[in-house]
Ligand binder design. Structure first.
Ligand code: ZN
Length: 386
């Protein structure tokens, strides 16, 4: 191996200001909060390279442990210098635990369960080749150590909403025992990546849509030596009203000095406005890039307390025939590379209809920058109100 770059001895640190904004310090740089994290599932924010991501002014990217474990394998990423260097992004990253995918992708074509859970861990079939694999809390910690993200997540069981209370109880108790095992292994691993940089570990509050269990989970996870707290579950991000209700139940139980992260949230621009008002510091979502690939481009702005747009759900559908001869950019006032460079709606529509590869990049740049910018604007408002 060649010489490793020196990142200094800086460790994970979170400073939260009285106005609600904050800064997370990691060995790979600083992250201003509240922050929107684009998702780079397979060590790539789909269709964007490191330079493109920097252009959107995103400050931290999320990678998926399950996908990287299957392909190219965590040892390859580790030997390549860790995930930040591997994808030539060289800035802060977070990896999830693999738990969510092990359960959600662990369903066969007929909806039959391909994953089997026991006290020790989960056995699951790869969605790529059907091979059997096994994750335990310890294994998830070790894989994430190799991947080398600045923030890693505890291995948990993401319970669906419509499920028997008895099962939610069982799953929650198991998730808490797994949280303890994750902390132990993380400490044994010296809270460091295989590349020698600091790794912060976040715990995850589950408990489905049950108030009592959410409160219990919040107290339990908040009482453990995690560096940050995430709120997970099927509801979170998917159903915004229910997400706000869950946060309302547990808010008083959450530590003020640790970053709070809602997992999988950030599909609609209004979600960003709402979740920041709830006091949340971090959120991630695959939607901006996925929607871009499907022809949906964000459009609109915050007015007062609301996000307003002349297009429904805050996005225009580029395939619409009204854009054929449209010489304007996606959105006037947008400072993304695509809009600033002058790419017209008419041209983007043509690329989209012809399935030209450059469309995916130009559209994803706009949507990611849009969410990052919205979050920046919310931060500015918080600082002004102060
Ligand atoms: Zn734009």
């Amino acid at each position: 191996m060649g010489s490793s770059p020196t990142f200094g001895s800086m460790s994970f640190k979170f400073t939260k200001n009285s106005d609600g904004t904050g800064v997370i310090s990691t060995d790979h740089g600083e992250v201003n909060t509240p922050v929107f994290m684009p998702v780079g599932t397979a060590a790539t924010v789909k269709s964007l390279d490191g330079q493109d991501i920097r252009g959107t002014k995103a400050e931290i990217v999320l990678g998926n442990t399950y996908h990287l474990f299957l392909r190219p394998g965590e040892k390859v990423v580790s030997e390549m210098g860790g995930i930040q260097r591997f994808m030539n992004w060289n800035s802060p990253m977070l990896t999830d635990s693999g738990g969510f995918q092990v359960f959600s992708l662990g369903l066969g074509a007929k909806g039959d369960a391909l994953s089997k859970i026991d006290e020790e861990g989960v056995t699951f079939k790869s969605h790529l080749d059907g091979k059997l694999h096994r994750f335990t809390p310890e294994k998830s910690m070790d894989i994430q150590k190799d991947l080398g993200a600045d923030i890693i997540m505890a291995f948990d069981e993401c319970t669906p909403d419509k499920i028997e209370r008895k099962y939610v109880r069982q799953a929650l108790d198991r998730t808490h025992r797994w949280a303890e095992r994750c902390i132990r292994r993380w400490q044994e691993n010296d809270k460091k990546s295989a590349q020698g940089t600091s790794q912060a570990l976040f715990g995850i509050i589950q408990g489905s849509t049950d108030k009592e269990m959410r409160e219990e989970a919040a107290s339990f996870i908040a009482g453990m030596p995690f560096d940050g707290i995430a709120i997970g579950g099927e509801t979170i991000g998917y159903n915004m009203e229910a997400t706000q209700e869950v946060i309302g139940w547990i808010k008083h139980l959450l530590p003020k000095e640790k970053p709070i992260y809602t997992m999988g949230l950030g599909r609609d621009p209004q979600n960003i406005v709402d979740i920041i008002k709830c006091g949340i510091d971090m959120f991630d979502c695959v939607a901006p890039t996925r929607l871009a690939r499907n022809g949906a481009l964000y459009y609109g702005e915050i007015r007062g307390e609301k996000f307003e747009s002349e297009f429904s759900k805050g996005r225009l559908n580029i395939s619409n025939s009204q854009f054929v001869n449209d010489k304007s950019t996606i959105m006037e006032g947008c400072d993304c590379y695509t809009c600033l460079s002058g790419y017209t709606r008419g041209y983007l529509r043509h690329l989209y209809m012809a399935k030209e590869l450059s469309y995916y990049r130009l559209a994803s740049i706009h949507n990611v920058r849009f969410m990052v910018r919205l979050t920046e604007q919310m931060r500015e408002r918080m600082k002004m109100i102060k």
